[in-house]
Design a protein around this ligand. Structure first.
Ligand code: GUE
Length: 273
């Protein structure tokens, strides 16, 4: 058997939770989730956020709008939530349906209550490198790698996927850590050739088995951030074969990065206490 490190989210979550418990015990806070439509991973995340908040004694608010909502209705709803003095922080779930202009909607958030760096002021400061409050799921990846002392400085790191919630901001965080980062997208030619040279692969594509055993180097580190439903189960982007037979370390799905995202949101909430 290969010696492998399983990058479990749980111990990292326990360590972060411990710090947060005492911070929230002294203050009253309310986290609101804001979701439009029926995207499965968004609903999984919403449920885990509400559960996590309640476990820390944080009050919750759950705003759900139908897939068919208009721009105007969505903006009015988000603005009302933002203006409510009882609401400490808001987590708008992505994606939004095609008729909704995401950036215009996110401009309706009070930037201080924006928990996932979605308001253009916050994302602007983050992308300029003048604010540490980046989006939560990318921060969860970095927290996980730090906890397990996975080195990034000078490493050949491949980011697969360039979505606005994970891939794009995570790319910047990895470069900030002095990794040598290659970004691959769906049109990348010869993906296996690029992946086979990587020390660390992070994938946030949302396609089951997008990365398979034959594509990756022996003893690589695999961070699986993709999430999609396959036969009623939530699965990642990276095949079991790649993780079990090739990796020196890998994140499980579920139980990896996913279990940390919600705690990063709670950490961001402490900014407003
Ligand atoms: N503004 C925004 N930020 C996001 O970070 C964001 C988003 N929108 N929209 C949806 C996706 C999806 N996502 C998940 C995070 C954690 C779990 C999670 O808790 N996963 C558990 C499994 C839970 C279960 O299987 O029930 C785990 O990986 O162990 C799931 C999904 C964040 N996203």
């Amino acid at each position: 058997m290969k010696r492998q490190l399983v990058l479990e989210g749980k111990p990292v979550a326990d360590a972060i939770r411990e710090k947060l418990v005492s911070q929230f015990s002294e203050c009253e806070a309310t986290l609101a989730t804001f979701i439009i439509g029926n995207n499965a991973p968004a609903h999984v995340y919403k449920r885990s956020l509400l559960k996590c908040a309640e476990s820390l004694g944080v009050r919750t608010r759950d705003v759900e709008l139908p897939e068919s909502v208009t721009q105007q209705e969505a903006e009015a709803s988000l603005r009302a939530l933002s203006d409510d003095p009882a609401v400490t922080g808001i987590l708008p779930l992505m994606p939004v349906p095609p008729q909704i202009k995401q950036m215009t909607l996110m401009s309706c958030l009070d930037p201080k209550k924006d928990m996932d760096c979605l308001h253009p002021l916050n994302s602007g400061e983050f992308y300029l490198g003048i604010s540490p409050w980046g989006p939560c799921t990318p921060r969860a990846c970095i927290a996980l790698l730090d906890y397990y002392h996975i080195p990034l400085v000078g490493k050949r790191v491949v980011m697969v996927g360039y979505g606005d919630v994970v891939g794009r901001p995570l790319t910047l965080m990895l470069v900030d850590r002095h990794a040598t980062v290659t970004v691959c997208r769906s049109k990348t030619k010869n993906l296996p050739n690029i992946l086979s040279q990587a020390d660390v692969i992070l994938s946030a594509v949302g396609k089951p088995n997008f990365i398979t055993e034959d594509m990756v180097r022996e003893n690589c580190v695999l961070v699986d951030i993709g999430l999609s439903s396959l036969d009623g189960k939530m699965v990642g982007d990276i095949s079991e074969g790649a993780k079990l037979k090739k990796a020196a370390a890998y994140t499980p799905v579920p139980g990896g990065v996913g279990v940390l995202s919600n705690l990063m949101v709670m950490e961001t909430l402490t900014r407003n206490l």
